[in-house]
Design a protein around this ligand. Sequence first.
Ligand code: WTA
Length: 644
Amino acid sequence: MQVGEGFLKERYIPLQAFREEHKKSIENLEEFWAEQAKVLDWFKTWDKVLDDSRAPFFRWFVGGELNASYNALDRHIKAGKRNRAAIIWESENGETRTLTYYELYREVNRFASVLKNLGVGKGDRIVIYMPLVPEVVIAMLASARIGAIHSVVFSGFSAEALATRINDAKAKVVITADYLYRRGKALNLKEIVDKALLETPSVESVVVLKRGSDDINMVEGRDYYWHNLLEGAEKYVEPVPVESNHPLFILYTSGTTGTPKGIVHSTGGYLVYVAKTMQWAWGIREDDLFWNTADVGWITGHSYLVYGPLTLGLTVMMYEGALNYPKPDRPWEIIEKHGVTIFYTAPTAIRMLMRYGDEWVKKHDLSSLRLLGSVGEPINPGAWKWYYEVVGGKRCPIIDTWWQTETGGYMIYPSAGIQLPPLKPGSATFPGLGVDADVFDSEGKPAKPNGRGYLVIKKPWPGMLLGIWGNDERYIRTYWQRFSRPDEGVWIYYPADYAMKDDEGYFWIFGRADEVLNVSGHRIGTAEIEHALVLHPAVAEAAVIGKPDEIKGEVPVAFVILKADYAPTERLKKELIDYVRETLGPIAAPAEVFFVNKLPKTRSGKIMRRVLKALASGKSLGDLSTLEDEASVEEVKKALEGFE
Ligand code: WTA
């Protein structure tokens, strides 16, 4: 790899090798992916690489059989890697635990037996609601081992959000822990589960990992301690071969309506895709220690903390805790202590850490680092520069990875493992191998160079979602309706991101083109927050928009019309903010609530969020000809006065 500032755009490097390989990869998709699929161990080879007969329900490696836990564990053990570290875990207070591949293998087998004893079988859903501890990985791989389908719910979600997800998936078992530790405090997770379970008829049993020393509420005949269940467990469970398109997991993400979407991922296509993109993006080496700071409750944790690295037999660093606790040099301390070689985090974290000043970074020897990564939202040039210069000492290229829960793995990213392109701060550079991406104008024609438009993916890829759990119609409408031409057999995937391709072909991604907010790199639908607000007895109507925020990227701001007999008080504002936090979780809590008597609406009664957004950020209002009542604009202006 190049050193110095060679990978900044100032120096021209012809990208011939990468370009040629990329062109070949998308011209012969099936041939290309058949070759890549060798990264896995298959029990049975597929009959067909890509089945597009039911497009847009594309199916990869049809007829092939495999098992995800076998690929993450058994095969490495057979290959003599049993004593290699799989997970190096560290808690907020500095306690560390290392699990070798063999230890992880043993635990996964025993826990797979526990799940079987609880009556979980192939195709059954289990929900995992846990802190970031190695047992999360054990539970995920145990689920995969017996062909069950896991749905990890981020432990920051509220009881209501958890219940919605359990019910949508009709999960049989919930796996949780008594406590989650963060910022020196213990949060009783089991209490939240108990609350959620008041309205989840499908759940038969709850497995609780015991971390604290006190007794918590355990429901007789429903709740069991993890360690107690292990006592009767088998030491080995045969990995169940599943067809390539058997769902490995469901992961819920926010959409434009009030209900979250259960994104379903396959086993074969997904694993091929995450393993290969992991190699291509980072040029993985045997002695790498990969630290991805994402929680396993998000896709970044699924693909690049668990399935990608373990399928390749790598070592991951796993940290349970806040990055600025107890001191703002927590990440730098961990990198130095363990010799992390690749550090992968979100721009919101970089901006937060940057604010504390360079001294916190400079106190530590970060010479083990060779690559830095960014994910979740566009990285602003200021944060990029700081990350590159101060954290990476101008030695480490920044791998900015654009992708989504739905895409399974990286789509647009610099392929350091093939040929690292010259970097431009803020651009995720080029589509990776096998990815045919472009930018379209609103008519569906390729946008002019440097012209803003919509990102599109023009060919299927193995990491793509199988669909939305229980809602085929929503799958087609959300991702395939915007630009596809089904009559001509043309299927275009629509990620709902604004983008631009510059005159050198670099992709720039600007953010969501739909009503989904990106708060600290996490997706939350404005409709979800509005829906939560109108459930409060005081609220008649609510409109939520995103307002730019220096650290979080964006924060939700709510405009609320109260019911006649409620007075607009500061106390009520706070109550509404807390109410959203309780119902949806902290990410969704509005930064501010404004009371208004009218909302700007079109003549047909649709709320004009665009107008609210312009007012909140002091931008020009644009065309107001469809506005029904101009007085509403004055209303909102008045409400905004005095804010900040
Ligand atoms: C945004 C996270 C710019 C984008 C992996 C996308 C990004 C949404 C980047 C998906 C990036 C993610 N540059 N924007 N490198 N990475 N996004 O499903 O708007 O939680 O549509 O997946 O995050 O969020 P999700």
